[in-house]
Write a protein that binds this ligand. Structure first.
Ligand code: NAP
Ligand code: ZN
Length: 360
């Protein structure tokens, strides 16, 4: 018989998890493996709240294995390192992102693209190589193979730096891969949430002209005056949308819900690229005419490999890029999720895990 989450491993851990598709999070006791030769045990300080956490607890994609402990934007302190661990020592400030394991020997892993390894395992809602389930960062600590642990640069704050571990790399990686970094080019960022607001900042650091494409005007003032966007376009404003047709070189689409691609593709110049990062629960319609007539392309991208994630952290540290956050206590998570579902967060919730997670 399968062992219970609480007894399958030797180390008891406390966190918050969801038990069913109501998505309600509540205290949850489980266990983690002993720190192995290649492992780092991380005492969690802060954990960001990604929309993927929300999709997962609500079973939007139909493959949530309850109970699930979300959280993949983790910053903490290494408290134990295995004897083969060379990259980290006890006391180091480290990060753990979306990926907690991969085969480490396939073509993708050899190219530092662990994110595309067929055996890649996510930090939560996934099965590890020992056959047990991974639980994420809404918890006291986590045990991770050193390959999947990041060095956290000194001048990045632990709380507002945490969202870079998913939101940051998810927007940085496609910008690099698809050649969307040429200074002076025009980037559209569709959806101004966790991913979108970091895309604005990274786009500006690359010297791009950045236009936010949003579903309402609510975030306009902040986007321009605070986040550094050059302009703001509301998709429901037909006149401004028309005036912007054919003006953008690239679009990063971070919208989490089903939406029309046609108006976004219209904003692109000939040869323009739209890179979709959002994961709505149903497929989108892909209109062929704007693609074919303008030699445009639509691509996708899944977080990033560990080497590139380190590069992104160092890039953000150099350019003083952090997320704009609302720091919450663990027991505020359910109302935070309700607000995230309504795009009502400026711009990422981060849980103050170390100061607010205590076993009942
Ligand atoms: P988020 O903070 O909720 O931001 C999503 C934004 O999309 C919202 O702020 C809103 O922007 C816009 N939006 C939401 N519902 C909409 C609707 N019905 N119509 C039009 N616009 C809408 O989410 P996030 O954490 O940035 O994540 C965004 C998506 O990326 C999620 O689907 C997530 O699962 C996915 N994701 C993918 C990867 C990857 O590797 N590809 C990694 C992380 C996350 P406005 O208020 O500006 O309209
Ligand atoms: Zn994420």
């Amino acid at each position: 018989m399968a062992k219970s989450p609480e007894t399958e491993h030797p180390n008891k851990v406390f966190g918050w998890g969801a038990r069913d598709k109501s998505g309600v999070l509540s205290p949850f006791h489980f266990s983690r493996r002993d720190n192995g030769e290649n492992d780092v045990t991380v005492k969690i300080l802060f954990c960001g709240v990604c929309h993927t956490d929300l999709h997962t607890i609500k079973n939007d994609w139909g493959y949530t294995y309850y109970p699930v402990v979300p959280g993949h934007e983790i910053v903490g302190i290494a408290t134990k390192v295995g004897k083969n661990v060379t990259k980290f020592k006890e006391g180091d400030r480290v990060g753990v992102g979306v990926i907690a394991g991969s085969c480490q020997s396939c073509e993708s892993c050899d190219q530092d693209l662990e994110n595309y390894c067929p055996q890649m395992s996510f930090t939560y809602n996934a099965i590890a190589s020992d056959g047990t389930k991974n639980y994420g960062g809404y918890s006291e600590n986590i045990v991770v193979d050193q390959r999947f642990v990041l060095r956290f640069p000194e001048n990045l704050p632990s709380d507002s730096g945490a969202p870079l571990l998913c939101a940051g790399i998810t927007v940085y990686s496609p910008m690099k891969y698809y050649g969307m970094t040429e200074a002076g080019k025009h980037l559209g960022v569709a959806g101004l949430g966790g991913l979108g607001h970091v895309a604005v900042k990274i786009g500006k650091a690359f010297g791009l002209k950045v236009t936010v494409i949003s579903s309402s005007s609510k975030k306009e003032e902040e986007a321009i005056n605070h986040l550094g966007a050059d302009s703001f376009l509301v998709t429901t404003d037909p006149q401004k949308m028309k005036a912007a047709i054919g003006t953008m070189d690239y679009i990063i689409d971070t919208i989490s819900a089903v939406h029309a691609l046609y108006p976004l593709l219209g904003l692109l110049k000939v040869n323009g690229k739209l890179i979709a990062l959002g994961l709505p629960e149903k497929p989108l319609e892909l209109p062929m005419f704007p693609l074919v007539l303008g030699r445009k392309m639509v691509g996708g991208s899944d977080v990033g490999g560990l080497k590139e994630t380190q590069e992104m952290l160092d890039f953000c540290a150099k350019h003083n890029i952090t997320a704009d956050i609302e720091l919450i206590k663990m027991d505020e998570i359910n109302s935070a999720m309700e607000r995230l579902a309504k795009s009502d967060v400026r711009y990422r919730f981060v849980i103050d895990v170390a100061n607010s997670l205590s076993p009942p």
